[in-house]
Design a protein around this ligand. Structure first.
Ligand code: PMV
Length: 350
């Protein structure tokens, strides 16, 4: 019987208040702009990695289903495992079993929680250091947003610089720094959008507004950062909305245009402005999809949920609060591949 080294990790998605969109041209998967996010509690990806000498290739099981060898998600997972093998001297292939406890069919899950959990579990299983900064750098090499999910609370990631090879996110403030609430307005179930990596590559290659976005992003990041530290909701809302809108403007100006929004997306933006006009604290952000993430206070969360559910085209809402970073879980936390069913259809590939 072959020796199996295994570890299980749990990580949470994060939502960027200052957006990452675009990579540096000099390789190493470095972000072209600084970003700042909030890691969420409540939604989680659990991933078990088992290095096993009897395996002939890396295997990926998502939500109870084995993915084919050539699948994009399998390829990205194998890329991260190759880095872990190179750093640890291990040669065995690994079985990766991953599940989300939140529905991913709507393209809501970013790759953040998936690759943060994978980086931590694979590092632990291979005997590599599991300090958050090392996990963050490893995750970032596959998915930039995943670097931020290594940490909890408010997390920042600077832009890449020439000569960088390692780059990790850093914690800015803990999860209890500021009790914000977020209400996600789900505006579509169904097929995925153009993935974020493809979307930003296309934008960088064809949008005349991409350089303007890269120029504008650092100042918006600084505004977001200062507002988070000062707990200034109005200032945070203004800067976060500008970051999301300028990111999307750069993509809308690509050729052909990359428009992630639907009519319902725009209706939600109008509803958020209406709420604000009535004195309810609320601001929005939008990622590479049609859903809108609305930040508010815990006191106003119920009112925001009701207002968003009343918007034509909003199918349902998901609510969350800031949460902790990636952590190791007890052995067996994932269950067996066949028992790990659920809605996860893309936890490592989004
Ligand atoms: O690293 P990725 O491929 O998950 O890119 C994330 C891009 C956005 O979600 C749109 C913005 C962000 O900073 O999370």
């Amino acid at each position: 019987m072959s020796v199996v080294s295994r570890a299980t990790a749990i990580a949470h998605p994060n939502i960027a208040l200052a957006k990452y969109w675009g990579k540096r041209a000099y390789g190493h998967n470095l972000p072209a702009v600084p970003s700042l996010s909030v890691t969420l509690a409540g939604m989680a990806t659990t991933t078990e990695v088992a290095f096993d000498a009897s395996l002939e290739r890396d295997e990926l099981h998502l939500g109870g289903a084995a993915l084919p060898e050539g699948a994009e998600a399998t390829r990205r997972v194998a890329g991260l495992l190759d880095r872990v093998r190179a750093a640890s001297g291990r040669r065995e292939r690994a079985r990766v079993v991953s599940r989300n406890d939140f529905p991913t069919a709507a393209g809501l899950a970013s790759s953040a929680s998936a690759f943060a959990a994978l980086a931590l579990a694979a590092s632990a299983a291979a005997g590599l250091p599991t300090a958050p900064a090392q996990v963050s750098d490893l995750a970032r090499k596959t998915s930039v947003s995943a670097a931020r999910s290594a940490f909890g609370g408010f997390v920042e990631l600077r832009a890449g610089r020439p000569g960088d090879e390692a780059l990790a996110a850093t914690p800015l403030a803990p999860e209890d720094h500021w009790p914000l609430a977020v209400v996600i307005a789900v505006t579509r179930e169904g097929p995925k959008d153009v993935g974020s990596s493809d979307g930003m590559r296309h934008t960088a290659a064809t949008s005349p507004y991409f350089p303007a976005w890269v120029d504008a992003a650092p100042a918006l990041f600084e505004e977001v950062r200062a507002a988070v530290l000062a707990r200034d909701f109005a200032a945070l809302g203004a800067a976060a909305e500008a970051s999301a809108l300028r990111m999307h403007a750069s993509s809308i100006a690509a050729a052909p245009a990359l428009l992630y929004w639907t009519g319902a997306t725009v209706e939600v933006l109008a509803a958020v402005r209406r709420l604000r006009g009535e004195g309810t604290p609320a601001f929005f952000t939008i990622d590479a999809g049609p859903h809108v993430k609305v930040f508010t206070t815990p006191e106003a969360q119920g009112a925001v949920e009701r207002a968003l559910l009343a918007v034509p085209g909003v199918l349902r809402t998901i609510s969350a609060v800031p949460g902790g970073g990636a952590r190791l879980a007890p052995a067996g936390a994932i269950g067996t591949p066949s028992a790990s069913g659920g809605a996860a259809d893309g936890s490592a590939g989004a």
